[in-house]
Every structure is written in structure tokens, then in C-alpha cells.
Design a protein around this ligand. Structure first.
Ligand code: DC
Length: 670
């Protein structure tokens, strides 16, 4: 997984394959809370592993619930309505699905069982309104203080002075966020012992499908809420949360939207995108995104737990859609609009303004950067595709969905008119909120032109530290890594094993062409034998240097080296990465260090592995090897003309990595 503060996506041209979705965020956090309030232990399968579920798990632990990971399952033992811990400070990140329901449940528990709880989050959480929920809880008699601004977290939920009053319907606004109603529905069964609890909704209820998820899951935990239209909900007297024993979390339907869109845009000529984890039996409202995608042109087939998507109409067709029923997935429609003829209009999306960020503003600004024409209003957005695509660095506002949906803009070569631009996603790890390995998953199903796949070439003499540097840079960028020296070393090893002399060019070339090399993590395998350590031996390196002077050997290894150029990118190290193998590399670095420094590094390396060494003879060997690598007639060791020369004698590995990443970042001209 890459760690850089940006991710550059090259222009992409097609997509096919199968993806498995992570669990739904909405279902995961509701299930966790319900399990935490229940009698008994609930085994939760396929829970989403993300920032938002992590804060919920931490909160349950702090409240005294049993929380245990067993393999891929979570075992949650609930409180059965009794507070074992009377006071706690809970940090809930930017998880609205944790903040709102925990506020409701803990407010009534604190009030009735003399507890005190403080709930806070990151600064953005403190800008997300919660006043309507607090007003509703205060009607019951829950004493709640705002610790910052009125109407917003952080909050303190206090001990009560008398019994809570459930005789009158609890009124809550439904037109800002359905999460307030969900929070009350999840929390108020706790106060149903003496009579039914009625919740009345003021205003038109927004995002109804999320309420359906809530009701569906409450039923799984033994609570049958009676619903009267969308205006009134009654929790029967004596409702008690009972664990269903085990429960499965279905894949996230909002996350599915990116792959449905991917299929509609890029799965053509017999290709298909298959999505596993969510299907036509889903209880999530965002599954209805499929209908919207169909209206734009997607061909979708489905069954229980799966969807399959192909391109249908092309270019896509603009739509005019009330998106109140699919608020989260509708962001994906805004990006699909970049591939449509006409103007797409998405309406009734006022709730976008109070999500992880002001999503209407965010989408408008970022879509315009790509060249789209955008009009925004208080509760709508209109998008017309770019007449000319611009390269853009997409700001993501700590909003996972902005990051995920804009990744689709990299298919601009398919649009009408077409673009040829890469897209930079800033702060790409914000996808951790719901889909931590989104980009890694995307890369398994997309196709690029080989020459568009970015390459960073790092060449230099032996023991210059280029291997360590290249592999660290590859990890930081999440790119593939090619240690080309290992290919020459493996050829040397294979030749020695087969008794081929180091002067026999044809025999050596045959050994190179027949290499059965496999790279897996830090290990290198030759056929069925792990040879990682053998390859690093001095005599193998020396033989590699002799072997590598032969043009036939170099030619035999060429295709194998080129084949490492795969999405999302490649960092290659060796002697001729920038000059011969990848002459068009996006960045070339030529690492040097004095012979004395390199001899010392090699010496330390060998000693640390328990291999005896002598520093003077190491230095003599190094200099001999330099001379041979530099003076051979084919692909001699020398910097490419456009390489950045980099003497790293005085620098630590981290400093070297930072320097190269800085150059890389600057090279991309966003
Ligand atoms: O980088 P290294 O020490 O593992 O390389 C071993 C030998 O392989 C080196 O002395 C020269 C040869 N080599 C090469 O000729 N071209 C490359 N791209 C990489 C290594």
C-alpha cells in the first residue's frame, strides 16, 4: 500500500475482471452498536475494516462490551442494557454513523443509570450538525451539554435527575439527515420498559433507504418497530435487543457504484466487471444506483450477492434525476456525467452539504478542474462534459467518496471528446474511511497503454545504495519494483549450476532465456528453490558482472525486464534502466557514492549477516567491478543524459527516499 500524499493515475483505456467489495459501512456500524447493546454474543462476519468501524469498536470496548477479533470474524458481547462503565471519553473520528447513534443510546443510558460520557471527533466532525438529535433527546429529559458550539459536537451526556418522559411522541427533524432518526430508533428501545416509545418526524424524511436498513437490522436484533408511513415510528413496550447469534455484513452498495460506473465506461468489446458482495437481494438503498447507471447506459445483470456490468450506450446519456434515495452513490453519477452527451442534473441532494465535506461545493470545484461545465445550487448540481480535458490534481477534502469517484476520470481517453491526461488524487489514503484498498482493487481490473505506465529508473554502481533506495521508493509509491541486477545474478547462479563457463556467450544467453524466476515480496525463487540469499553472495555478483558484458545475455533478459512495467507503475534499479531498458522513463536517477563509502556499506551489510569480510579487498573488488561495468561496450554503466545525479554518501536512506519522491512529485507537472 502506497504512503505518498498523492497518487498519480495514468490515462486508462479499458477494464475487466472481478472485484470483491468490503462490508457496508452503514450496516457495519449499526450492527456493532446493536450487538453492543444486546444480550449475548454476536459473531459478525465480513465487518468492514475501516477508520469508521475502528472508532466504533474502540468505543464499544471503552464502554465495557466484549470485543474480540477471531480470524476474520468479530465476537461482540453486549451490555444487555446495563452500563458496567459509568463514564468514558469517546473519540469518534469523522464517523457520523458512530457519533449519532452512540449519542442517542448513551444519552438515555447516562440519564437513567447515572453515567457521564464525552463524545468528540476530528475538527470536521465538530462542524457537522447534531442539534436536531440533541433537541429530540432533551424532550425526553436527557441532560446534554455542548462542549464547543451549540448544535455541534463535542458533547457531554450527563446523569439524569428523574425518569425519562416517553409519554408524548419524540419529535425529530427528518429533512437534514436521516441519521438523527436512525440514532433514535437504535437507542430508544432502551427506554421502552414502561410503555411504547413513539418518534414523530417533522418535515419530509430524507434518505429513506437508510431508515429501511435501520428497521431491517433492528428486526434482526429482536425489535419490531411499527411504521406509520414515514412520519411516525413506534417502538413496542418492553422491546429488548437480542443477539441473532451471528450476522453477515453485506458488501457496501455505495462502494459498488464505482465499479458499476467502471463497467459502464470501460468494459467494452466482450469485457465485463463482476462485483461480488452485493447484489439484487441487498437491503441497502444505494443498490438503486444500478437503475440510475442503467439510465445512463450501463448494462447490468445481477443475482443474490453479485452484479455484472458492461458498457451499453456509448457515450453515456445525460440524466435528470432526483437523487434523494441514493445520496452517497449519486456522487458517482456526477463523474459519469463526464462521459455523457448533454447536461446531467442531480437534484434533491441538500444532504451533500453536511457530509464529510460540503460535497456539492467539492464536486463542483474538482469537476471544473478537469474541464467540465458545472452549475451548483443549494440542493442540486449540473454537469456537462469537458470540451477539452485538463490535467488536474484532485483535492479530496478528507472525503473518501471524492477520492474514489474521481479515479474514474482517468478513463478520459474514452470520452467524447477524448482526453489524454493523467489524474492526480491528493491525500488518496482518505479512502480508508470505507474502502482502505480501493486503489489497489481498482488496479487489478484496469488496463493502460504500457507506455503510459509510469517508470522511475534508478541506476548506479554496485553498493551505491540504489537497491535499498529503489525498493523504499517503490513501497512509498505502491509501485512494482524491479531489481534488474537480480536477473543477472540469477543468470550467473543458473549458469554455475549448469556448469556453463563465464566465457560461453551462447550458453549464458540460453541460461538467461530459460530463467524460471519468481519474485514474491522480499523473496526471489529460481524454479522451486528460494535463492534470495544465494544471489547476494559476492562471487555470484562478480560472475553477474562478467556475464552481463555479453550482448546476447542482455538481449535475453530484455523482455523479462520490460514485462515488469505494469500498473500502477514501476521503480527499476540497475545499470542501464534509464539508458537502455526504459529510455523514456518519467524520472531517471543516477546514484553515486565514493568507493570508500560503498565499500564500508557493503562491509557492514556482510558482517551483519554473519559473513566474514575484509574492507580493503571489498573496495578493490568494487573498483574492479565499476571499471568492468563502465567500460563494457554494450550498455555500459553511465548516467542517462537526462538523469539526476545523486551523490548519497552523506545521506540516510530516509533522506534519499524523500529527495527522490520530491523529484518525482515535481516531474509530474500537475
Ligand atoms: O546491482 P547488482 O550488484 O545486483 O548487479 C550485479 C551485476 O549485474 C552488476 O555488476 C552488473 C550487472 N547488471 C547489469 O549489467 N545491468 C543491470 N541493469 C543490472 C545489473
Amino acid at each position: 500500500m502506497f504512503t505518498t500524499p498523492f497518487l498519480d493515475l495514468p490515462p486508462l483505456r479499458a477494464a475487466q475482471g472481478t472485484v470483491r467489495l468490503p462490508g457496508s459501512k452503514s450496516i457495519s456500524n449499526r450492527v456493532l452498536l446493536l450487538a453492543g447493546l444486546s444480550e449475548g454474543t454476536t459473531v459478525v462476519h465480513d465487518l468492514l475494516d475501516s477508520d469508521d468501524t475502528r472508532v466504533m469498536l474502540d468505543a464499544l470496548r471503552a464502554l465495557g462490551c466484549g470485543v474480540e477479533a477471531r480470524g476474520a470474524d468479530w465476537h461482540i458481547t453486549g451490555l444487555a442494557g446495563q452500563l458496567p462503565v459509568k463514564s468514558a471519553n469517546l473519540f469518534l473520528g469523522n464517523a457520523g454513523t458512530a457519533m449519532r447513534p452512540l449519542t442517542a443510546a448513551l444519552a438515555v443510558l447516562a440519564a437513567t443509570q447515572q453515567g457521564t460520557f464525552e463524545l468528540k471527533g476530528i475538527p470536521r466532525m465538530h462542524e457537522r450538525p447534531i442539534g436536531d438529535l440533541i433537541d429530540a433527546l432533551r424532550q425526553l429529559g436527557c441532560p446534554i451539554d455542548y462542549l464547543g458550539n451549540d448544535g455541534y459536537p463535542p458533547l457531554r451526556l450527563n446523569a439524569g435527575t428523574g425518569p425519562l418522559d416517553t409519554s408524548a411522541p419524540i419529535r425529530v427533524r427528518g429533512d437534514v439527515s436521516s441519521q438523527f432518526l436512525t440514532a433514535l430508533l437504535l437507542g430508544l428501545p432502551l427506554v421502552s420498559a414502561h410503555g411504547p416509545v413513539t418518534i414523530a418526524v417533522d418535515g419530509e424524511l430524507t434518505s429513506k433507504p437508510y431508515i429501511e436498513i435501520t428497521l431491517n437490522l433492528l428486526a434482526r436484533f429482536g425489535i419490531a418497530v411499527q411504521r406509520d408511513g414515514w412520519q411516525q415510528f413506534t417502538i413496542p413496550q418492553g422491546s429488548r435487543y437480542r443477539s441473532p447469534g451471528s450476522i453477515h455484513v453485506e458488501g457496501d452498495a455505495s462502494s459498488a457504484s464505482y465499479f458499476v460506473a467502471l463497467g459502464a465506461i470501460a468494459a467494452f468489446d466482450g469485457r465485463a466487471i463482476r462485483i461480488e458482495g452485493v447484489g439484487d437481494d441487498s437491503i441497502q438503498g444505494d443498490i438503486r444506483f444500478v437503475d440510475a447507471a442503467r439510465a445512463m447506459g450501463a448494462q447490468v445483470s445481477s443475482g443474490p450477492g453479485w452484479l455484472e456490468v458492461r458498457r451499453g450506450a456509448w457515450p453515456l446519456k445525460a440524466i435528470d434525476l432526483d437523487c434523494n434515495h441514493i445520496p452517497d452513490a449519486a456522487m458517482t453519477l456526477a463523474v459519469m456525467a463526464l462521459f455523457a452527451t448533454g447536461t446531467t442534473r442531480l437534484t434533491n441532494i441538500a444532504s451533500w452539504r453536511v457530509k464529510e465535506t460540503d460535497r456539492i461545493a467539492a464536486m463542483a470545484i474538482e469537476l471544473r478542474k478537469l474541464g467540465a461545465t458545472v452549475v451548483e445550487g443549494p440542493d442540486f448540481i449540473e454537469i456537462a462534459a469537458p470540451a477539452r480535458w485538463d490535467r488536474a490534481a484532485i483535492h479530496t477534502y478528507d472525503d473518501h467518496r471524492v477520492a474514489m469517484c474521481f479515479s474514474l476520470a482517468t478513463f478520459n481517453p474514452l470520452a467524447h471528446p477524448a482526453g489524454e491526461v493523467p489524474v492526480r488524487i491528493l491525500d488518496p489514503r482518505c479512502v480508508g474511511k470505507t474502502f482502505p484498498d480501493y486503489f489497489e482493487t481498482l488496479f487489478t481490473v484496469v488496463e493502460a497503454r504500457t507506455t503510459d505506465v509510469p517508470v522511475l529508473a534508478i541506476d548506479g554502481p554496485t553498493a551505491s545504495g540504489k537497491g535499498t533506495l529503489a525498493s523504499a521508493v517503490a513501497i512509498a509509491l505502491g509501485y512494482h519494483f524491479l531489481d534488474s541486477g537480480a536477473l543477472y545474478r540469477a543468470t550467473a547462479l543458473a549458469a554455475m549450476a549448469a556448469g556453463v563457463a563465464d566465457t560461453d556467450e551462447a550458453g549464458l544467453a540460453a541460461a538467461a532465456a530459460g530463467l524460471k524466476l519468481k519474485f514474491s515480496g522480499q523473496q526471489i525463487w529460481l524454479g522451486d528453490t528460494e535463492v534470495s540469499d544465494d544471489l547476494r553472495q559476492e562471487h555470484v555478483g562478480a560472475m553477474a558482472s562478467r556475464v552481463s558484458v555479453f550482448p546476447a545475455v542482455r538481449e535475453a533478459l530484455r523482455a523479462l525486464q520490460l514485462s515488469h512495467r505494469r500498473l500502477p507503475g514501476l521503480v527499476a534499479d540497475g545499470r542501464d534502466m534509464g539508458t537502455v531498458i526504459f529510455p523514456g522513463a518519467d524520472l531517471k536517477v543516477f546514484v553515486t557514492a565514493s568507493a570508500a563509502v560503498r565499500a564500508e556499506r557493503r562491509y557492514k551489510q556482510l558482517i551483519s549477516k554473519g559473513i566474514p569480510a575484509n574492507i580493503d579487498s571489498l573496495r578493490a573488488d568494487l573498483e574492479a567491478r565499476d571499471l568492468r561495468d563502465q567500460s563494457r561496450t554494450v550498455a555500459p554503466l553511465k548516467p542517462a543524459e537526462d538523469a539526476k545525479l545523486f551523490d548519497n554518501s552523506e545521506l540516510s536512506v530516509d533522506q534519499c527516499v524523500a529527495r527522490v519522491l520530491e523529484w518525482w512529485n515535481a516531474r509530474q507537472a500537475f
